[in-house]
Design a protein around this ligand. Structure first.
Ligand code: B12
Ligand code: SF4
Length: 463
């Protein structure tokens, strides 16, 4: 049954932060839900405040669609905004990253049909003020239209989201089924034709809604079999499921052919889990199709599963940017944090990747800093260990995500409290370390590392 009389607006809010950079960012969950709704007959529109390439920018003097970097990443537009009071002590600019406010107002004003419902997504928990402002704005333009909030923040902190965002409906967890229940409630009747979302024929995320699509975020699997102490993966999805290879390859082919997309970023939590039966066959299919594309793995790969066969297949398939999850060179911490990696395994992974043809510039290793009982020396040692392997370091600052093991540890150690404002979990302010050593001292340390990395021509530091 077609329902073109019913219209839905998908909305991806801005980022409010001290820093943000576009690593092929896409609101994948929102786009998946959008495509299911489209398949079931709704008219769908999208405003993605993080779309750097929106042609509407050309209509505004002084703004231009972003420049395109060779690897598909780049800077967001940004406007300085008032810092929330609780972050007043941080001597840095706080900004709205993404499309300028007046451009978003213009896009909203251009919608000539009041939506029947608005779907808003949310990503980092500490970006909630941007979600709140987006909801205010949407209410100003479409008073009376129900607003449904979902996503990672909504799932990890539902009470907080209910209180601070006040959506009309809140979706906690996976949204594919729940959205139809919510829309039924709104319509006051059974929604009828819910598409079969268990089969492997789920529609591709609604990327066709982007007027100028440069990169696509893909997932081949959902969930993670590991249980790292700092990670929220299990809280977001406790199972582990995979898509069929052919479906992923067909999706790549579809966006390559219809939208000329060359950059594909995998958003999987555990891309290499059971790789012999999953990701390797997928790479073989990609190689057979000879797509001429660039593949990126911004989420760290587990070094243990990087073997010569994977490295070679990935290189031949178009592998371009690789991130490896290491976190620390401290063997004790490796054991109790995740038991997912050892120093030897990282060495081996780097060796395989270099042998397959990947250069230093393509390989980045995540080193974590700011954990509750971690000191500067451990981080320095870990950074040096990675640099000695001749690859790049990506510093990742620890954020105590509510309900994770590391969050509990921080509370038990008296370094954190249950009721801490989510804004203080922002990675840019080194949440736990700032409390232990003071922000200024931590920043000094981080800058010393940054300078060291820059002196090695490392221009891709993520902090
Ligand atoms: C891909 C990813 C990234 C990408 C970018 C993601 C993006 N969109 O911009 C990269 C690699 C760049 C990244 C970076 C970081 N990330 Co990250 N990332 C993820 C990851 C693995 C997947 C997110 C995703 O897209 N999933 C797939 C989609 C399909 O799922 P989904 O969005 O949840 O959507 C479903 C539901 O939520 C719901 N839904 C979603 N929206 C809506 C809307 C409505 C209306 C409804 C009804 C339903 C609904 O339905 C969808 C389908 O079922 C998550 C972990 C995870 N498992 O989610 C971490 C995660 C979000 N990242 C996290 C962190 C900490 C980071 C970093 C800060 C790490 C660091 N220290 O440097 C950085 C910084 C980010 C930044 N400044 O941009 C944390 C979040 C912590 C927090 N406090 O919120 C997570 C949860 C991982 C973790 N450690 O536990 N990340
Ligand atoms: S391997 Fe990655 S996704 Fe899985 S639990 Fe550890 S950090 Fe989270």
């Amino acid at each position: 049954m077609q329902r073109p009389d019913k219209s839905i607006l998908l909305f991806n809010p801005w980022i409010y932060d001290f820093a943000a950079y576009d690593f092929w960012s896409k609101p994948l969950g929102l786009l998946q839900i959008g495509s299911l709704l489209k398949m079931s007959g709704y008219h769908i529109e999208l405003i993605d405040c993080l779309d750097r390439f929106h042609p509407v920018l050309e209509e505004f003097p002084g703004f231009k669609p972003a420049q395109f970097k060779i690897n598909g990443t780049g800077k967001f537009h940004r406007e300085q905004i008032e810092k929330p009071k609780i972050l007043d002590h941080i001597p840095r600019k706080y900004c709205r990253y993404g499309l300028p406010l007046k451009v978003v107002r213009h896009l909203l004003g251009r919608i000539n049909r009041t939506p029947d419902a608005i779907l808003v997504t949310s990503i980092m928990t500490y970006w909630y003020p941007a979600v709140r402002d987006a909801v205010y704005l949407l209410r100003e333009f479409f008073p009376g239209t129900p607003i449904i909030l979902g996503g990672i923040y909504a799932t990890l902190c539902p009470e907080h989201a209910g209180e601070h965002i006040r959506p009309d409906y809140l979706c906690v967890g996976q949204g594919e089924q729940k959205i139809f229940d919510i829309l039924s409630k709104i319509a006051g009747k059974d929604n009828g034709n819910i598409p079969d979302i268990h089969c492997n024929e789920t529609p591709y995320p609604a990327y066709e809604l982007y007027p100028n699509l440069k990169s696509v975020a893909l997932i081949t699997s959902r969930g993670c079999p590991n249980r790292c102490s700092f990670c929220a993966s299990k809280l977001l999805y406790s199972g582990y499921t995979r898509r069929a290879d052919y479906q992923v390859v067909d999706e790549i082919s579809h966006w390559r052919d219809t939208k000329n997309v060359e950059h594909f970023a995998f958003y999987d939590d555990a891309l290499l889990h059971n790789a012999d039966k999953s990701f390797k066959p997928l790479l073989r299919r990609i190689i057979e199709r000879n797509f001429k594309i660039f593949l990126h793995t911004p989420n760290g790969l587990q070094p243990r599963y990087v073997d010569p066969e994977f490295a070679e297949l990935f290189h031949r398939a178009g592998g371009f940017t690789i991130r490896l999850s290491f976190e620390t060179a401290n063997p004790e911490r490796q054991k109790h944090m995740s038991a997912k990696v050892t120093c030897r395994e990282l060495e081996n992974a780097v060796h395989c990747l270099k042998n397959a043809g990947f250069s230093r510039d393509n390989i980045g290793v995540y080193v974590m800093m700011g954990l509750p009982d971690q000191d500067f020396e451990e981080v320095t040692k870990s950074v040096n260990f990675v640099l000695d392997l001749g690859v790049k370091v990506n510093l990742a600052s620890f954020s105590p995500i509510p309900q994770t093991l590391e969050w509990r540890r921080a509370i038990a150690a008296g370094l954190w409290s249950k009721d801490e404002d989510l804004l203080l979990t922002n990675t840019s302010i080194y949440p736990v370390w700032s409390k232990t050593f003071g922000f200024a001292k931590v920043e000094e340390f981080v800058y010393s590392i940054k300078e060291k990395l820059l002196s090695l021509n490392d221009n891709d530091i993520q902090i």
